[in-house]
Write a protein that binds this ligand. Structure first.
Ligand SMILES: C[S@@+](CC[C@H](N)C(=O)[O-])C[C@H]1O[C@@H](n2cnc3c(N)ncnc32)[C@H](O)[C@@H]1O
Length: 303
């Protein structure tokens, strides 16, 4: 059996319920089928899922909505992203839903709104969602610029779906009590949970290993100690899955720590099919599951 198995067809993400209110750079919607299969393969449901680099949180949200786990620990350092998760867990998801519905988005109203610093957590959360849905690639780090043309020449409005977004927040409100959100270093939270046999870990770090600096442009926090992350993964009592870009240096680290690897095809935002690396302790279960052989090749850009 080769160490990495390549399957040419990417997952059809339009078939996957989009639960996250974010358009997240490096978002893992395409990973949902594999994640479900991983949980199905484990006969005993974990008590807790730990996501140390949560970002838009699609994997944790899917786990909660589909009752694959009872509780999740979501960790994210970015202050703006964290404001949204904090607002959700502190009971302000419905407030955000209403704020979105009642906001009349124009270029002028957007610029005016973002110029006001209200110093309030839920307003900061609203600003994050506004920026995320009106900027290029959903990138809020380092002023990536507003959408000029967007879809169908609709400019900044092309990714602003107020009703859909409000429904997502209302939906998340119902499961918010099962989220433990932490604005901390994901590596510290891994250490905290490493002895828990009843925890599972989905680990999606910013990609700055192997000389590819994409993570630097996409995220405000992108410098992590990858070697330490691999060491921590080796020490986890519970099972983990980790995703990385398919870089030679990453594979060297994975081999050194005795992990297995598989490649999963995905379609990036530029509609290019790429392969991402999945790393884990024992991935032989993946070979018999359908996620890596997803028959559909249709990819929808709807988010
Ligand atoms: C690849 S993205 C995660 C995307 C996420 N899986 C999704 O589907 O939306 C990596 C995330 O890690 C965050 N991050 C970077 N360094 C971190 C750290 N030390 N602790 C916690 N989060 C961190 C970044 O802000 C970014 O949101």
């Amino acid at each position: 059996m080769p160490e990495t198995i390549s399957h040419p067809k990417p997952v059809n993400v339009s078939s996957i319920p989009q639960r996250s209110p974010f358009r997240y750079p490096g978002g893992k919607t395409w990973f949902v089928p594999t994640f479900r299969n991983w949980l199905a393969y484990h006969a005993i449901k974990p008590a807790i899922l730990v996501e140390p680099f949560a970002g838009g949180g699609i994997i944790s949200l899917t786990a909660l909505f589909e009752n694959l786990v009872q509780n999740v620990v979501m960790v994210e350092l970015d202050e703006d992203i964290a404001a949204v998760w904090h607002a959700i867990v502190s009971g302000n998801a419905e407030w955000l839903a209403k704020r979105i519905i009642t906001f009349d988005l124009t270029k002028e109203s957007l610029i005016h709104e973002l110029s006001i610093n209200k110093g309030d957590l839920k307003e900061r959360a609203f600003h994050t969602i506004l920026k995320n849905r009106t900027s290029h690639g959903g990138i809020i780090a380092g002023g990536s610029g507003l959408l000029k043309h967007g879809e169908n020449g609709k400019g900044i409005c092309s990714r602003w779906y107020p009703q859909t977004l409000a429904m997502r927040f209302s939906g998340i409100d119902k499961i918010a009590g099962r989220i433990d959100f932490r604005q901390e270093n994901g590596l510290d939270v891994l250490k905290e949970y490493r002895d828990r046999h009843d925890a599972m870990f989905f680990i999606d770090p910013p990609y700055t290993a192997g000389g590819k600096k994409a993570g630097k442009r996409l995220y405000r926090y992108c410098e992590i100690d990858h070697e330490l992350l691999f060491e921590l993964c080796e020490s986890l009592a519970g099972d983990f899955l980790m995703t990385y870009d398919n870089a030679a240096e990453v594979k060297i680290m994975a081999r050194r720590h005795g992990f297995q690897m598989r490649l999963i095809p995905m379609t990036n935002t530029h509609n290019r099919t790429m392969e991402e690396l999945v790393i884990g302790k024992d991935l032989t279960w993946m070979d018999s599951f359908q996620a890596v052989h997803e028959p559909d090749v249709i990819y929808s850009k709807e988010e």
